[in-house]
Each structure stands twice: as C-alpha cells, then as structure tokens.
Design a protein around this ligand. Sequence first.
Ligand SMILES: [Zn+2]
Length: 328
Amino acid sequence: MTRPGPAPGLTPKGGVEESPLRTRRGRPCVGPGADTLRPYATVIAVAALALGTGVSVRAQPPALSVTHRARALQPGEAVLLVVTSAAPVADVRATAFDHEVIFYPGPTPGLWHGLAGIDVETAPGVYDVAVEARDAAGATVATARHPLAVSRRTFPTRRLAVDDAFANPPAGARPRIEREASQVEEILARVTRERLWGGEFTAPVPGATTSRFGRRSVVNGELRSIHGGLDLRAKTGTPVQAPARGRVVLAADQYFAGNIVIIDHGLGVFSFLAHLSRLFAVEGQEVEQGDRVGLSGATGRVTGPHVHWGVRVQGARVDPLSLVAVLK
Ligand SMILES: [Zn+2]
C-alpha cells in the first residue's frame, strides 16, 4: 500500500506545494488523467464566425484535468477526485460508480475536490468517472472522463461452525431488523449537498484495530457477513469522539449495532459508531470533530467491548482508514 502524500495544491506540513503533475509522476496510485475535453467554447466561437459578426474573440474553454488520490484502487477504498480547471467555473460534479459526486472548492482557485467510494463488493474492472463543470447559470462548460482501474482484493475470511440457533437471529427479531435496516437506507439516501466536515478524519477512539474492514464471516459453510467497518479496541466507558464535523442523523438502539450514532458529514459521507454503552448525542445535533457522542461498550450482537466505525461514501462501504488517508 502506498501512503498518499498531500493532495495536489494542499500545502503539506513542510510548506511545499505539490502540483498535480508532480503527484502524477511520484505515485502510481495517483492516476494520470485520460481527459477528453469537449470544446464547447470552440463551438461557440465557430458559431459566432458563421453569424458573420466578424468578432474575433476566441472564448477559452475551461480545460479540466482530473487526477485522483487513493491508497489503492480496490474494493473498500475511498478515492479523492481532484479536478483542476484552467478557467473559473461555478460548480463541478461527477458520476462515479453510478453515484453523483458533488465537488467542493479546493484550497487554491481552480482546484476542486470530490470524494468517491469503491464499495467493498465492487467487481474488478475499469470504471469511468464522468466529470462535468458548470457556469453560474448551470450550463455545462466542460466535461472530462477519468478511468479508475479497480483491481482485485482478497479480504481475510473467518470460518465458524456454530449451532444454527446462534447463527440465525430469532424469528421474532426479524421485523425489528428489517425496520432498522430500511431506516438506515433512508438516512443514507438523504444527501446533504454541502460539505459539513472540515479537514481530516480521525479515529473515534485511540485503540488498535481488532477486526479489520472487509473481513468475511463464513458460518456453517455459508457467507454470512462482510465487515462493513473496522473494530477498534476500547474498554467499556471510553469516550467516543466524532471523527469529523457533521450532524447526528441517528442516535438509537439497534438489534445488531446496539447503541449507534450515525453522523452525516455532508456530500454523501456518513460515519457509523456502534456498540456504545451510552449515547450523548441526539438526533439533529451538530457535532464538531472530537465531540463526545457517547461511551464505548458491548451493546448489540457482539462478543466483547469495542467501537465499530463504519464509513459510507455515497452508499459505498469503505474502510474508514482509507478516508483518513486520502484527506490527510
Ligand atoms: Zn465491527
């Protein structure tokens, strides 16, 4: 795994600004942009000539270049798309993995950032990201395509042989499980179209990882679950902190997750913090990074105390540590 450097244009701690080109050369995971620019402005210029206005003004198309930052282009990884526009544009959007990516201005003029997620179950292959820049009136002024070649990833698998009574929740719990699952899906579908988080994401507790993201559990020969987050060691009562700024959209007791807090960080990015012994956060509350949303515990279906931290990016389940890495 390649530890990514600072985002193009971001000033890292050393104070040296890194250009997108240098980033491209330096790191294999920062892909070169295979950008095709549609010359809308050229069309306008030609049309002006055809009208016989004699105006020789050549509108300059706002050329877009697209790069990305990721630990790896593999299932379960967050990808930071970095768009550079030569001319000012009002808005940048993209479609990646069938989801809309809403960009936000980067630290320097003309630089835009957008987060995409490669879901843990994404099949290997090349996925095109379609980028579009718009002017203040909402008209598309430039487009570009950026291919992301997702490679295969093998996740650790644990095989368990247990009594069926333990492998399956009781029939009486099923309505509750289904209700809670659909409630979470509804929450994830409501995308806040502004960025609520500030800079980096940080782990909710300082403990080491005890169960990695993506681990498969095969119970009695059948794939039963894929770990959609990572488990962090924390003895019961450890303060659980918001990984980044956002709004609490769920603070509830669920069958599997126990006491859970879901934080909406904006632009389709959500954190799940589960198995808490106590909830401090309430739904609708705005939290700053580091605010205590509860205390760790062992509620829900767990074998011991820990904090489960899950991250969704436009619905995709990604390793929270990949998000930490790309936003550093
Ligand atoms: Zn977990």
